[in-house]
Write a protein that binds this ligand. Sequence first.
Ligand code: GDP
Length: 295
Amino acid sequence: MAFEGLSEKLSAAFKRLKQKGKLDEKDVKTAMREVRLALLEADVNYKVTKQFVSAVTERAVGAAVFESLTPAQQVIKIVHEELINLMGSEVSRLQIPSKGQCVIMMCGLQGSGKTTHSGKLAKLLKGQGHRPLLVACDVYRPAAIKQLQVVGEQAGVPVFEMGQIDPVEIAKKALAHARDYGNDIVILDTAGRLHIDEQLMGELENIKSAVDPSEILLVIDAMTGQDAVNVAQSFNDLLEITGVVLTKLDGDTRGGAALSVKAVTGKPIKFSGTGEKLDDLEPFYPDRMASRILG
Ligand code: GDP
């Protein structure tokens, strides 16, 4: 289960704290050392961990925690609140302009779940009364176009494709097609590589400037741990993403990406992917995630 190791280690640290009854600064610092290790082992980014631990320590030592009747509970409450802050404090919704066309550009590494989540998002938006169009801009693998068509069929959403031609051209034509056919939202499934490379980034930048997306969502596989943060940083530097879709949270991810991405990029996690089916998509709730981590 996701976050299992982290949850176990945190609850062990807090159990010891609760057994203490009265607390002093030293007890808090000891517990925070355990929290720090637990976060690092869960692949939370080093700087994020450091900032998190010092924020909690400062608040716990500064507040009247030690006079409280339940000091350990107060410390846990602070950890809970800071975990929520770390992940973005509130639910971050899609920016859909009230008038005109909305373009959502999905990007990310190969295998992160872009095509699947393009389909999930299309299905969700269709259910909300929109008329999305899925667009096959991943032109390097014929199988990717086919996969999007399958996903589109499952979602009951049309798919626009022009085979293996220049994806910038496809994106532009897709916008015109959407205007003609009354599709208010255009979802671009772009190409991914196994690693970030300049050519791919150049292509994504060209698509971005050609179609001016309302949302550039970076699809990140939560199972990739520390690397997820590096990927997020690189994509954000080049494309100025508007948000993240964190996928495969149904797997046994250690949690690092969920806890680091917002802090490192400043961009919110907007959705979480929780399975292979098209309905396995949820808004990302920082408070629920924090509660899940604390068990
Ligand atoms: P793309 O290369 O980025 O387009 O990735 P795909 O959409 O093809 O997804 C890669 C693999 O991950 C596929 O086998 C999907 O079924 C699977 N997958 C995608 N999202 C999720 C998810 O949220 N949970 C699980 N368990 N599997 C997922």
